[in-house]
Design a protein around this ligand. Structure first.
Ligand code: HEM
Ligand SMILES: *[C@@H]1O[C@H](CO)[C@@H](O)[C@H](O)[C@H]1NC(C)=O
Ligand SMILES: *[C@@H]1O[C@H](CO)[C@@H](O)[C@H](O)[C@H]1NC(C)=O
Ligand SMILES: *[C@@H]1O[C@H](CO)[C@@H](O)[C@H](O)[C@H]1NC(C)=O
Ligand SMILES: *[C@@H]1O[C@H](CO)[C@@H](O)[C@H](O)[C@H]1NC(C)=O
Ligand SMILES: *[C@@H]1O[C@H](CO)[C@@H](O)[C@H](O)[C@H]1NC(C)=O
Ligand SMILES: *[C@@H]1O[C@H](CO)[C@@H](O)[C@H](O)[C@H]1NC(C)=O
Length: 335
């Protein structure tokens, strides 16, 4: 009796122990992933606060939606979606913000406004990386574009290094194979490359991003022969009038830069993609057939496909669980 009772206790203790171990490993494996409504218990109003601020602010400055979408992209491609793009330089390190591709990165102060509102509701709970991911999605939605799922639970990183932005982000001068490599390193395929490039249906670029195509393509004062010559002539006459114009803005999708439509892809096929990286999509047979498929389909189909690629992008190298931190201010790591 006593023996069996004793034995029972051991069995019970072992069972409890197994239970604890199983529970612990379950916790670890769920913590390792983003989840929809991650803040449902810890900050139930967080996502509403973000959406309401976007709804209040963005309709009067719709061009900011493009800037915010681009910020999220730049964040995810460098060190994963960890808000490293939002960090300021420190006395010892030049931050991603200061790298050449930062040209025209905008929207930092709106992110700070949203973060401050979320902090006021639930201090130290909602990450800057999640704020950025939610703001990017909600901004595109309020300007009439597609929606996508934003599972949350990202943690903020502690490091931001300019040279990593330079190396990790695709350049507007990239050819197809280099774009494909940059994307595949992040487990994004050619279809994702085509769809995510479709973000260039909104927003603007500086003349400096294409001055080589217009004025000095191979170093002998020539023009990029793959850019439609009538289009190039028009850009030189009306927009980028000198080779060193660094202020004039151009639409990647002329005529509908605030509308999230399919016309960007039509321009690419007409040799009017603004960047070499846009034109490059027509140089690969798989990418080309993806573009043709999108153009043959509906806007709803484009939105649905874009959503899937955005969901993949939003998961790149995320930090979850207890590593990283929840930054108090998005521009600086906690002290
Ligand atoms: C495929 C490689 C890509 C390259 C080489 C590229 C390059 C660029 C460049 C050079 C600009 C103009 C910057 C300026 O002059 O101000 C730009 C703008 C923009 N990019 Fe991309 N991009 C790429 C992919 C993406 C992706 C994946 C997204 C988002 C999902 C995106 C969203 C945007 C948006 C929305 C703008 C307009 C920003 C604004 O209006 O402020 N791009 N991109
Ligand atoms: C993401 O993580 C993978 C594997 O851990 C690594 O190879 C890759 O360089 C990382 N990418 C970025 C942008 O940090
Ligand atoms: C972007 O980088 C340039 C230098 O390349 C720097 O002068 C500028 O301040 C940076 N912009 C931001 C927002 O940090
Ligand atoms: C594409 O660009 C990369 C990087 O600049 C270069 O090494 C490669 O030779 C180019 N490929 C082609 C086919 O031009
Ligand atoms: C064109 O580029 C070449 C090589 O980079 C350079 O030597 C030349 O000065 C440039 N021409 C002009 C007009 O800027
Ligand atoms: C570059 O810009 C300066 C002033 O902004 C102008 O004086 C100069 O002529 C320009 N150079 C070229 C090659 O366009
Ligand atoms: C980050 O840098 C910007 C631009 O230099 C500055 O306005 C802002 O106050 C800085 N943020 C923090 C929290 O230091």
């Amino acid at each position: 009796m006593a023996v069996s009772h004793y034995g029972g206790n051991i069995a019970g203790a072992v069972a409890v122990l197994i239970g604890v171990v199983a529970l612990a490993s379950m916790t670890v494996s769920t913590e390792a992933q983003l989840q929809l409504g991650f803040y449902a218990k810890s900050c139930p109003k967080a996502e509403d606060i973000v959406r309401k601020l976007v709804e209040r602010h963005i309709p009067s400055v719709p061009s900011l939606a493009a800037a915010l979408l681009r910020l999220h992209f730049h964040d995810c491609f460098v060190r994963g979606c960890d808000a490293s793009v939002l960090l300021n330089s420190t006395s010892s390190t030049q931050a991603e913000k200061t790298a050449a591709p930062n040209l025209s990165l905008r929207g930092f102060s709106f992110i700070d406004t949203v973060k401050a509102a979320v902090e006021a509701e639930c201090p130290g709970t909602v990450s800057c990386a999640d704020v950025l991911a939610l703001v990017a999605r909600d901004s595109v939605v309020v300007t009439g574009g597609p929606t996508w799922k934003v599972p949350t639970g990202r943690r903020d990183g502690l490091v931001s290094i300019a040279s990593e932005a330079l190396n990790g982000l695709p350049a507007p001068t990239s050819n197809f194979s280099s774009l494909q490599k940059t994307f595949s390193d992040l487990e994004l395929d050619v279809k994702d490359l085509v769809l995510l490039s479709g973000a260039h249906t909104i927003g603007v670029a500086h003349c400096s991003t294409i001055s080589n195509r217009l004025y000095n393509f191979t170093g002998v004062g020539d023009q990029d022969p793959t850019l439609d010559s009538a289009y190039a002539a028009n850009l030189k006459a009306k927009k980028c009038k000198t080779q060193n114009d660094s202020t004039t803005l151009l639409e990647m999708d002329p005529g509908s830069r605030n509308t999230f439509d399919l016309s960007y892809y039509s321009y690419v096929l007409k040799r009017r993609g603004l960047f070499q990286s846009d034109s490059a999509l027509a140089t690969d047979s798989a990418a080309l057939s993806t573009i043709k498929g999108l153009l043959a389909g509906t806007l709803e189909n484009f939105y649905a496909e874009f959503a899937l690629s955005m969901e993949k992008m939003g998961k790149i190298n995320v930090t979850t669980g207890s590593t990283g931190e929840i930054r108090k201010q998005c521009a600086v790591v906690n002290s």
